[in-house]
Design a protein around this ligand. Structure first.
Ligand SMILES: *Cc1c(COP(=O)(O)O)cnc(C)c1O
Length: 370
């Protein structure tokens, strides 16, 4: 049996006709950049998140960048964020001319540790950027409490958390602004790049609407220097169709996670992901275990035709691009330890129970063989 890490075509084949008809509709109409599909999708996704405004942009990275710029982050500023994240979180901060200041994550949920946050805030800090990693919310009670105390805006990196909640509230809706990616492999994915900022702040929304489109509100009047960071009609029409299935897709991911949990619980060398209880919903963008002899296990699975991943093998502060920040191994021990132990198992809606069982059987075999 071959088990792919992710196979989008399985679920998309069910809605293939809907998707191609919608794309055909856009092609026939002939308007491709911004337009009615984007506007509808902005309304629909903002409403899904429980926010007033949604601004479609060109990627998740650009959503983060534009949201940071909109709250005034610029040259010489600092933005506090999680040490365990995808490089794009750091890149968006750097592209504003600001410095990412990592904070280690908590050892249970792998998200920014609010207890360590306060120490990272300086007089230069202009924003706090928690990351809802792997599809599960960061501790937003702790983050929002600290943010309020120090009077800083929170920009949520919700690029892996479409539909996830923290105590009943949707990820992306709790801070000043929430940023999403519609990269094809995300829980809500386009047929290319795309992103969105959601917010309840009209001022933030207005700034991003201008900034994403050459600083113009009306054609040929450029109120400020802007960017070309727009969402296009083909992506929006695809995303509108997929948004209708997002909750069902997330439920399918949760079912898969339950089966993994059940099967992996009895393997002492494996720590399955901890899931917040109460009113918080995990959407399992990734199913990430911690395990002994990670690299050997990964090779073993690969020989069994099972794809897996590591998210992420090197934390941003140890990447060559961030050598200039001057961090060393040992500075963020929880994140660094995770980097050596984590393994992402196949996870996508449409993954079959037999496949999950085959993955778990193989993990069992690996450890049984010693
Ligand atoms: C995917 C991702 C991004 C960037 O989104 P793009 O659309 O790829 O630019 C940012 N942060 C996190 C945590 C992500 O997973």
């Amino acid at each position: 049996m071959r088990v792919p890490f992710m196979d989008l075509s399985r679920v998309e084949s069910e809605i293939h006709d809907l998707l191609t008809a919608a794309i055909d509709g856009v092609v026939r109409k002939g308007g491709f950049i911004l337009g009615p599909e984007v506007e509808s999708f902005e309304r629909e996704f903002a409403s899904y998140c429980g926010t007033q405004y949604g601004i479609g942009v060109s990627s998740g990275t650009d959503a983060l960048f534009l949201a940071l710029r909109a709250v005034g982050v610029g040259e010489g500023d600092e933005v506090v964020t999680a040490a365990n994240t995808f490089i794009a979180t750091f890149n968006a901060i750097s592209c504003c001319g600001a410095t990412p200041v990592p904070v280690d994550v908590d050892p249970d949920y792998y998200c920014i540790d609010p207890d360590r946050l306060a120490k990272a805030v300086t007089s230069r800090t202009r924003a706090i950027m928690p990351v809802h990693l792997y599809g599960q919310a960061a501790d937003m009670d702790g983050v929002m409490r600290l943010a309020k105390e120090v009077g800083l805006p929170v920009i949520e990196d919700a690029a892996q958390a479409h539909g996830a909640t923290f105590e009943g509230r949707k990820c992306g809706s709790m801070g000043f602004a929430g940023c999403f990616s519609f990269y094809p492999a995300k829980n809500l994915g386009a047929f290319g790049d795309g992103g969105m900022v959601v917010t309840n702040e009209e001022g933030i929304s207005e700034k991003i609407i201008l900034a994403r489109n050459y600083g113009q509100r009306e054609k040929n009047r450029h109120e400020q220097i802007g960017y070309n960071m727009r969402l296009d009609e083909i992506q929006a029409t695809v995303l509108r169709i997929k948004l209708e299935r997002l909750d069902a897709d997330n439920a399918a991911r949760r079912l898969t996670a339950e089966r993994y949990d059940e099967r992996l619980e009895s393997i002492p060398q494996v720590i399955p992901p901890a899931c917040r209880t109460g009113g918080s919903a995990h959407v399992y963008h990734l199913y990430v275990i911690r395990c002994a002899r990670r690299d050997s296990l990964r090779d073993y699975l690969s020989r069994k035709d099972i794809d897996s991943g590591t998210h992420y093998p090197t934390p941003p502060h140890l990447q060559p691009a961030y050598k200039g920040l001057g961090y060393q191994k040992g500075d963020f021990p929880v994140s660094e330890r995770l980097a050596g132990e984590i393994l992402s198992l196949p996870m996508f809606p449409g993954l079959r129970r037999e496949e999950v069982d085959y993955v778990c059987d193989s993990i069992e075999e690996f450890y049984a063989a010693g």
